[in-house]
Design a protein around this ligand. Structure first.
Ligand SMILES: [Zn+2]
Length: 89
C-alpha cells in the first residue's frame, strides 16, 4: 500500500462516520477494477479491499438516508491526491 493510502486509512480510522451519516455502498476500484459490494462509506474515501487503494468510485448506495449520495460521489471522484498513482491499462 502506498504511504498516501496508509495515511488516508489512518485518518479514516481516527474519524469514524457518525451513525446518522453512515451508509453502505458498492464500490469499484480504478486501480484493480475490482468491484466490492457492501463497503462502509466514508467521506474521506472507501478503501479497496483488493489492493488497498482509495482510488475507488461509488457505484451504488445500498443503505443510508440518501442525502449524502452526491457528496459521496464527489468525495470519491474529487479525492485527488493520489491521481499520480493512477494507472489505467
Ligand atoms: Zn483495488
Amino acid at each position: 500500500m502506498s504511504a498516501a493510502w496508509e495515511a488516508r486509512a489512518r485518518d479514516i480510522a481516527m474519524q469514524p462516520m457518525p451513525s446518522d451519516l453512515a451508509r453502505v455502498v458498492d464500490i469499484m476500484c480504478n486501480d484493480c477494477e475490482r468491484k466490492s459490494p457492501g463497503r462502509d462509506w466514508h467521506f474521506l474515501g472507501v478503501q479497496c479491499p483488493g489492493c488497498s487503494s482509495f482510488n475507488t468510485v461509488v457505484e451504488s448506495v445500498i443503505s443510508g438516508n440518501g442525502s449524502g449520495v452526491a457528496a459521496a460521489a464527489a468525495a470519491n471522484g474529487g479525492s485527488g491526491g493520489g491521481s499520480e498513482d493512477r494507472m489505467e491499462n
